[in-house]
Ligand binder design. Structure first.
Ligand code: ATP
Ligand code: MG
Length: 284
């Protein structure tokens, strides 16, 4: 059932030369990227690189002020997240908007509650929501002990998984994940990455934001590396190795300079840092 991208068809999302300013700050400049059905596009970069700005444009929170943004081949400029959602674009933010004390199933349906009956007798269809949440989570391979437990009792990784399952259930075609693995340990990050891959297998186009090339590389199909608002690399997986991606990300040259500064300040460990920078290809 994988809906891999077919050559010749427009991408689900395509940015061409997109730029964004906040007053005098140029947050993004000349960004080009594609998100295709059945693919994961990773956006990597350090703090302040422009990752969140980029996804806020796609998610309808901010408008770009340069370049072209197309969804399914048609040019758009969203005025609100609601508009993006209507185009099938769902976003899972790092600080998930959940109500910790409400049960898992309730959070699953938050803002889209299912009701039954009509008029003044209309009430929440708890049975449906509870059953569906459980089924959908199981369908993604998430076996919670109990969908009645408050979502606040789940681990960070489990909460991310619930949010992904929810977006899939509500028919997202494009799923944006803002650093879903950033606050997680190795094992939980692995669990979340599995669901990211599952969303791709279901034919969604996924945008996966990360600081960590070790999380992005194994799952990604395309990699955009941002630095101070500019693209310093945009590659499909067959064009780049994990080592090269890590080197581009880390900016070997900067590590080298830092080692130099630390060394002149007599800090222990600086030579090792310099070694590392060399391994990252800084001195080529
Ligand atoms: N609402 C805003 N108003 C003014 N400047 C902003 C605004 N949002 C972001 N910026 C600036 O734009 C640049 C890019 O920020 P952005 O949040 O997109 O980075 P990021 O890659 O998501 O960083 P992080 O990894 O820290 O989340 C930064 O210099 C930031 O200070
Ligand atoms: Mg950010």
């Amino acid at each position: 059932m994988t809906a891999r991208h077919e050559a010749g068809r427009p991408s689900l999302v395509e940015l061409t030369g997109v730029g964004k300013r906040y007053g005098n700050v140029i947050a993004l400049r000349d960004i080009t990227l594609q998100v295709n059905a059945g693919e994961i596009t990773c956006v990597l970069g350090d703090n302040g690189a422009g990752k969140s700005t980029l996804i806020k444009i796609i998610a309808g929170l901010h408008r770009h002020d340069e370049g072209v943004f197309r969804v399914d081949g048609r040019e758009v400029a969203f005025g609100s997240p609601r508009e993006a959602l209507e185009h099938g674009i769902a976003t899972v933010y790092q600080d998930l908007a959940v109500v910790p004390l409400m049960p898992v199933w309730r959070n699953f349906f938050l803002g889209s509650e299912k009701r039954k009956g009509s008029g003044p007798l209309k009430r929440l269809d708890i049975g449906f929501m509870r059953g569906t949440a459980k089924e959908e989570l199981l369908g993604m391979g998430i076996d919670l002990r109990d969908v009645d437990q408050p979502i606040g009792t789940l681990s960070g990784g489990e909460r991310q998984c619930v949010a992904i399952a929810r977006a899939v259930y509500f028919g997202a075609k494009i799923l944006i994940l803002d650093e879903p693995t950033a606050a997680l340990g190795v094992k939980q990050a692995g669990v979340v990455l599995r669901y990211v891959v599952q969303a791709r297998e279901r034919g969604l186009g996924v945008v996966f934001i990360s600081h960590n090339p070790h999380h992005a590389y194994p799952v990604g199909d395309r990699f955009l590396i941002l630095k101070r608002g500019r693209s310093i690399g945009y590659h499909t997986k067959d064009e780049i190795t994990l080592d090269e991606l890590t080197a581009q990300m880390a900016g070997g040259a900067e590590l080298d300079q830092l080692a130099h500064e630390l060394e002149s300040a007599g800090v222990k460990g600086a030579p090792e840092l310099r070694e590392e920078a060399r391994d990252l290809g800084a001195s080529d």
